[in-house]
Design a protein around this ligand. Structure first.
Ligand code: PGA
Length: 259
């Protein structure tokens, strides 16, 4: 049984005051989440402040990336143990914006993912094809390559600790989400690969989230798909009410689809 998971990726948004207010409002509205797990990923500058706001509550803290070394001469970077120190339990790795804008390679992403695991963070490995790759029929080869490379070097026994997010690049921030059918078939494919890399049991336990223009209006149909275990939400996670509506709907749809 996979508990639906909803992660808010705040990206590069928010002053400290805005981050505190957003986290506070979400915490206020989600006092006892039932049948759903909730994580927010503020920018680095707001992690400590948001950690304070969320302390002792059910909503967990994540970061949007980390460096693969624990410490050292890496100007501008933040390490996994630093994230743990500030209260994070989660970290996104390989988000398509970082692959594209920062040039993060599959090799670096795999180092980050292993660093996260080594320090007790849950890595959320993001994979997804561009519009061009989909048009050319390379959707499955693209996500397969990203999944295999991102998980390279992870012991089979550790694979169950990872969360995967399928985020088609063409759906991120565009308002055009993948249809439940399109997402469902990629999720099923990814789960098949996990089965091969680890075992059927582990593959059945790993949560695979969908991300890309998720909002209150489309989350039910997405999470109702048997293979979709929650959502990675960007834009719509910046509004407390909108985000909480997504969380509630994901919990209901998740429970209904597993009945
Ligand atoms: P979006 O972003 O919800 O704004 O499309 C999703 C993401 O990039 O994680």
């Amino acid at each position: 049984m996979r508990t639906p998971l909803v992660i808010g990726n705040w990206k590069m948004h928010g002053t400290l005051a805005e981050a505190r207010a957003l986290a506070g409002a979400i915490r206020e509205m989600i006092r006892r989440p039932r049948g759903v797990q909730v994580v927010v990923c503020p920018p680095f500058t707001a992690l400590a402040a948001v950690a304070e706001v969320l302390a002792g509550g059910p909503i967990q803290l994540g970061a949007q990336t980390c460096h693969h070394e624990p410490a050292g001469a890496h100007t501008g970077e933040i390490s996994a143990p630093m994230l743990v120190d500030v209260g994070c339990r989660w970290v996104l790795v390989g988000h398509s914006e970082r692959r594209k804008e920062i040039g993060e390679s599959d090799e670096v992403i795999s180092l980050k993912l292993r660093a996260a695991l080594a320090h007790g963070l849950t890595p959320v490995l993001c994979v997804g094809e561009t519009a061009e790759e989909r048009r050319q029929g390379f959707t499955f080869t693209t996500v397969e390559g990203q999944l295999r490379a991102g998980l390279a070097g992870v012991a089979a026994g550790e694979l169950g600790k990872v969360v995967i997010a399928y985020e088609p690049v063409w759906a991120i921030g565009t308002g055009v989400n993948a249809t439940p059918g399109q997402a469902g078939e990629v999720h099923g494919y990814l789960r098949g690969l996990l089965s091969e890399l680890a075992s059927k049991e582990v593959a059945q336990a790993v949560r695979i989230l969908y991300g890309g223009s998720v909002k209150g209006e489309n989350v039910d149909a997405l999470v109702a798909e048997a293979e979709i275990d929650g959502a990675l939400v960007g834009g719509a996670s910046l509004n407390a009410q909108g985000f909480v509506a997504i969380v509630r709907r994901a919990a209901r749809a998740g429970a209904a689809s597993k009945e």
